[in-house]
Structure formats: structure tokens, C-alpha cells
Design a protein around this ligand. Structure first.
Ligand SMILES: Nc1nc2c(ncn2[C@@H]2O[C@H](COP(=O)(O)OP(=O)(O)OP(=O)(O)O)[C@@H](O)[C@H]2O)c(=O)[nH]1
Length: 262
């Protein structure tokens, strides 16, 4: 029998993570829902398999050069690269969490912002439980383009099935006044997109972990509640297929789609 390695200490989430800005927040509550807490407490249901690995899929979209890869790398590898290397098609990371004592994995899909790679990236939007639309806080055009990115990602998913986030990167490059102004614009955009807004810096790491914890908590709670309604438990990606947590298999699929698209 194979046992999963223990979740690293800095991926343990015991209290419900707060939003960044209450004016652009998906859920204002400060704790897990009462229903979800019931599941966490119910050891009997755990033994019946409700604590089997749950997995959600998050896709990260946005213009080229806005900082999607850096955002993911800061969280997953605690690294930052000053040099720009375009993402070719897609890439992904799997992060394992422990939330209120239960295991949870988040697949984070990094997609290319360059037009020529769009056909590859779009093939991976399906089955997302979370859509993260990213813009560069130093380039307001990229904020306007997030709507288009969101529409394309939503087109591949069931209506109302995704949590939507709007993330402004590179806040380290702005003065406090510029940051405030851009955040005001972003909050308006977030309202139009039904999104939760976050302002981060992958260079300094500011707000990056808090953002991904929030994503993980909302996605996890949503899966638990859906499972409860359906009365079963599986390792599932969004509303999509039942999947094995197999990085090699997923990597092979990425290769195959790249090949067929190119
Ligand atoms: N100062 C600063 N620079 C950043 C930050 N995030 C990203 N960058 C820089 O912005 C450039 C683009 O970052 P990437 O993460 O590669 O951009 P991307 O959105 O993944 O680009 P594509 O793969 O083409 O879609 C790189 O030179 C990064 O070093 C940040 O928070 N602060």
C-alpha cells in the first residue's frame, strides 16, 4: 500500500483565510460553513472515505508578461525569476494542503499569454473550479483585457461552476498612491466580473501565500459541500472527470496536446 508523504507544515490551513479587500470579496464569512464543519468533525464519515484525496483545478490566465508564471513559482517553489521566459502552451503544479485536518490538492495550471499559444492553453480551461485572471498593476491595458480572458475560460466551463479571482501583480513597482488608484480600478472590474480581487508581488512575496490559501479554502469547502449533496467522495477535478493524482500522466497529456496543436 502506498502512503502519501505528509503535507508540509506551511500548507496546513486551520482557520478560514480572509479575503484581501471586502469591497471585492467572493464570500465575506470568517469561518467554514456550519455544514462543512460537520464533515470535518464527523470521524465516521472520514472512515467511510470522505477524507480521500480531493483535488480541484485552478487555471491561471491573462496577457503575456503579466506575471502568471512568477505568481505560481513564488507560491510553489518560493522562487522569483527576474528574466522573462514565455510559457509555451501550458504548465502545471500540484500543491498539497491540509485543511481542517483533511487532505486536499490543488492543480494550478499556468497558461501562455502569447496569442500564438492560445490554442494549446484553451484546451486546458475545461473542468476548472477556479479561474485566476491576472493583470500587471503597472500596465492598465492588461486589466481591461482580463474580461476577455475570463470569457474565454468561462466558455469552456459550466455556468456558475467556477470561483473567479482577479489578481494584480507587481505591486512592488508602484508607489502607495499609484497602488491605491490601480486597486480602485481593479475593484470596479472585479465587480463586473463577479471576481474576488487580490493585489500581490511575486518579487517580494507579499500576499501570495494568503491568496493561494484563500483559493484552496474556497475550492475545498465547495468540493466538500458538493460531495455532501451527492453523497459520495472521489478525487475530482472541478465538476469534471474523476482523476488519479498522477503527475506523469498529466505531463504526458500536456505533451500530446502540444503536439497536436502545433
Ligand atoms: N517587479 C516585479 N516583476 C515581476 C513580478 N511578477 C513578474 N514579474 C516580472 O514580469 C516578467 C513576466 O513574468 P512571467 O511570470 O514570466 O509572465 P507570464 O504572465 O507568465 O508571461 P507568459 O508566459 O508570456 O504568459 C518577468 O520578467 C518577471 O520577472 C512582480 O511581482 N514584481
Amino acid at each position: 500500500m502506498q502512503f502519501a508523504p505528509p503535507v508540509s507544515k506551511n500548507r496546513i490551513i486551520s482557520t478560514f483565510p480572509k479575503c484581501y479587500n471586502p469591497q471585492a470579496c467572493l464570500q465575506m464569512k470568517e469561518d467554514w460553513s456550519a455544514k462543512a464543519k460537520l464533515v470535518f468533525k464527523d470521524r465516521a464519515t472520514r472512515q467511510q472515505g470522505l477524507d480521500r484525496l480531493k483535488m480541484s483545478k485552478a487555471v491561471v490566465v491573462g496577457d503575456l508578461n503579466v506575471g502568471k508564471t512568477c505568481l505560481i513559482n513564488r507560491f510553489c517553489k518560493d522562487a522569483f525569476d527576474r528574466d522573462y521566459k514565455a510559457t509555451i502552451g501550458v504548465d502545471f503544479e500540484i500543491e498539497r494542503f491540509e485543511l481542517s485536518g483533511l487532505p486536499f490538492s490543488l492543480q494550478i495550471w499556468d497558461t501562455a499569454g502569447q496569442e500564438k499559444f492560445k490554442c494549446i492553453a484553451a484546451a486546458y480551461y475545461r473542468g476548472a473550479q477556479v479561474i485566476v485572471t491576472v493583470f500587471d498593476m503597472t500596465d492598465i491595458k492588461t486589466l481591461e483585457n482580463t474580461k476577455q480572458w475570463l470569457m474565454e475560460a468561462l466558455n469552456e466551463n459550466e455556468p456558475n461552476s467556477c470561483f473567479i479571482f482577479l489578481v494584480g501583480t507587481k505591486r512592488d513597482l508602484l508607489s502607495p498612491e499609484e497602488c491605491q488608484r490601480t486597486e480602485r480600478d481593479a475593484v470596479k472590474m472585479a465587480a463586473e466580473m463577479n471576481a474576488e480581487f487580490w493585489s500581490v508581488s511575486s518579487k517580494t512575496g507579499e500576499n501570495v501565500q494568503q491568496f493561494f490559501f484563500r483559493v484552496a479554502a474556497l475550492a475545498f469547502e465547495d468540493s466538500v459541500l458538493k460531495d455532501m449533496e451527492l453523497g459520495y467522495s472521489t478525487a475530482q477535478i472541478g465538476d469534471g472527470d474523476v482523476l488519479k493524482v498522477d503527475k506523469t500522466q498529466a505531463a504526458a497529456e500536456v505533451k500530446a496536446v502540444r503536439k497536436s496543436c502545433c
